[in-house]
Design a protein around this ligand. Structure first.
Ligand code: ZN
Length: 650
């Protein structure tokens, strides 16, 4: 099967920002998915360089338009590389291979009478160099706020494209092909618009020279939309290129909702007029808006440096955020807080934690060797059934250009895997001699779950498969789409590694705004003042009496400190990874002034193991460490006898 997918070509009039990257990331995900299915994929993106707007921007920057766009185009290519976009081609409308096809099609349409010469009339303001429609004039004068001068009726010789002739044929096509314009809300909008009547479109200008010249009348420049849309076939070498034969018609043109109209009306009519098949699907997605519902734009000053964001959080996390947050048919909300929230909860807590927890247990209980599984129990059968269900959801969602629903489905599986760890409690099985085979089955199921998670997420986060495969014995052949719901693929006996966390948690406090930083400083001051007040009191009073039952609710355990590091930008907080019964917990503790990480690593401490998790500086702390303190002196309680992590303290 062949699969041809395109993004629209972008205006290189300013550097791309992360909100606009959605289209390209979504198209890349679909392209990668189809490559995994074994399809022959062609993925096209590019830049639309012939707009008059470009000339104005270049003039404002005191440079030549071509020099200007060359620079901006490189920024687009850099961003796509940073986001691991796997496009097969990048077309620029200033390229000869594109211009010659536009001229060929323009001539053909003219010769067959679909383009004709006429006059474009409008009210012209000479100082503003602008044509105005009659209904735009204010008191018959130029409506430009700082002008208001007299305008004159001017007629400009122009070429027109007979859209009106094809109105009926286009409506009929849309009605007979319900999948042609998606989602359905955009389809309905388009039908209504076409039914309102199509007027012939002015497709040439003589007032400026930047652009593709009409070959038989070179004082005219081809209207930029007619020019731009043709990129989808010029890139394939229309009319007789081998790629054109192989890949046309496009399987999906994906784009933002604002430009669906051009793709659903002008483009199909061009194709009907030159008698070639229409694209199968035109998909219009929503926009990323800021928290207050505004557009992300340079002029609003809310654009963050895309490259800095990718460097800070990683390309996989940015891609995950963009794809997960935009629901089908609606707009998405963009903010850096949302990126951090998704990264910490979905990626670090759910996905990353399952991988590191389960591999750590194989290392601990089987020295990293994947054991041979015994008989499946009901829990394993449930996981297997769920993997088939989720694979179907992903297939259906991606066929419908809906990456968010696909990811939602995948995270059902991720969530179920985490629950499976708690339900099977390998740390308990490890203590019982007669549960050896059961533990083997559970540990084997863990690596299979990791493998399936890696396959399912591969189209969305292309950096992940390699990293996961390196933990599972470096076998890249583990990423086969058809095996996403097959089990028993990984060979027993292979060596696995715990590795570094796949998605380290982000400490939100590092990225607080100036205003927020002030608040933090103030609360820190207050806590220091409180501390001083406490010292003056000498001793805290003894709290009120509790019963033995109340005390026994507190589950105290010995925990082995595996790693310790200071929490950045704080002087009190230490982040510890503590092992309790084979489970690894992150605990944030206010002991950094009194201990260095080396004092703590490999020590056994006392942990309140059933304390509700809490967030400290953006890190979820899963427990508390006991320490004795008075005034400036503090000592962490440590166990000196050989008691393993998980031993009760009572
Ligand atoms: Zn004016």
């Amino acid at each position: 099967m062949k699969y041809y997918i395109t993004t629209p070509i972008f205006y290189p009039n300013s550097s791309p920002h992360i909100g606009t990257a959605y289209t390209t990331v979504a198209a890349d995900t679909l392209a990668r998915y189809h490559r995994l299915l074994g399809d022959q994929v062609y993925f096209l993106t590019g830049t639309d360089e012939n707009a008059q707007k470009i000339v104005r921007t270049a003039e404002a920057n005191n440079t030549d338009p071509k020099v200007y766009v060359d620079g901006v185009v490189e920024r687009f290519k850099d961003l796509w590389r940073a986001l691991e976009i796997s496009n097969d081609d990048f077309i620029r409308t200033t390229e000869e291979r594109h211009q010659s096809v536009v001229q060929l099609i323009f001539t053909k349409l003219y010769e067959q009478g679909d383009i004709y010469k006429s006059e474009y009339s409008g009210w012209y303001c000479t100082p503003c160099e602008t044509f105005w429609m009659e209904n735009k004039l204010i008191d018959g004068k130029c409506p430009n706020a700082d002008c208001g001068r007299d305008v004159e009726l001017l007629k400009e010789e122009s070429y027109f494209f007979r859209l009106s002739k094809y109105q009926g044929a286009l409506l009929k096509y849309i009605e007979e092909h319900p999948e042609f314009i998606q989602p359905v809300s955009r389809r309905n909008e388009m039908i209504k618009f076409i039914e309102g009547g199509l007027e012939d479109l002015c497709v040439s200008r003589t007032t400026f020279q930047w652009g593709i010249k009409v070959p038989f009348d070179p004082k005219h420049v081809v209207y930029v939309w007619l020019d731009a849309l043709i990129n989808y076939i010029s890139a394939l070498g229309y009319p007789d290129g081998q790629k054109y034969q192989q890949y046309w018609p496009a399987d999906v043109h994906i784009m933002g909702k604002d430009i669906v109209r051009f793709h659903a009306i002008i483009w199909p009519i061009i194709l009907m007029a030159i008698d070639i098949p229409l694209p199968k699907v035109i998909y219009g997605h929503g926009w990323y808006l800021t928290k207050d519902g505004g557009k992300i734009s340079k002029s609003r000053g809310n654009v963050q440096d895309s490259f800095a964001l990718i460097q800070r959080y990683g390309s996989d996390a940015i891609r995950y955020f963009l794809l997960r947050e935009m629901q089908v048919g609606t707009d998405g909300t963009y903010s850096e807080d949302n990126i951090v929230e998704r990264l910490n909860s979905d990626l670090a807590n759910d996905f990353g934690n399952f991988v590191s927890r389960s591999l750590a247990m194989i290392v601990k209980y089987r020295e990293g060797i994947v054991p041979h599984p015994g008989q499946d129990g009901p829990l394993e059968l449930e996981l297997k059934a769920l993997s088939s269900e989720v694979k179907k959801i992903v297939n259906q969602s991606l066929e419908g250009c809906d990456p968010a629903s696909a990811l939602e489905g995948i995270w059902r599986f991720v969530g179920r895997c985490n629950k499976y760890v708690d339900e099977t409690a390998p740390w308990t099985l490890a203590k019982k001699e007669d549960q050896k085979e059961r533990l083997d089955t559970v540990l084997y199921t863990f690596v299979e779950c990791i493998r399936i998670m890696a396959i399912l997420t591969a189209p969305f986060m292309p950096g992940l498969p390699t990293r996961i495969c390196s933990l599972l014995g470096n076998d890249e052949k583990l990423i086969r789409w058809e095996e996403a719901d097959q089990w028993g693929i990984i060979d027993s006996g292979i060596q696995v590694q715990k590795g570094e966390p796949l998605f380290p948690r982000i400490d939100v406090s590092q990225y607080l705004t100036e205003e927020e930083t002030k608040t933090v400083d103030q609360s820190q001051m207050e806590s220091i003042e409180n501390e001083v007040a406490k010292t003056a009191l000498e001793f805290e009073p003894i709290k009120e009496e509790i019963s033995i039952e109340e005390f026994s609710k507190v589950d105290l355990r010995v925990g082995k400190v595996l790693s310790a590091e200071k929490v950045e930008k704080t002087d009190k907080l230490m982040k510890l990874e503590v092992e309790i019964s084979g489970e690894i917990r992150t605990i944030v503790s206010g002991i950094a002034k009194h201990y260095s990480p080396d004092d703590l690593i490999n020590q056994y401490v006392v942990v309140v193991a059933n304390l509700k998790p809490t967030k400290l500086r953006g890190i979820t702390s899963q427990g508390m460490i006991l320490a004795a303190s008075q005034g400036e002196v503090l000592e962490v309680l440590m166990i000196n006898k050989e008691l393993p992590g998980g031993s009760r303290v009572k």
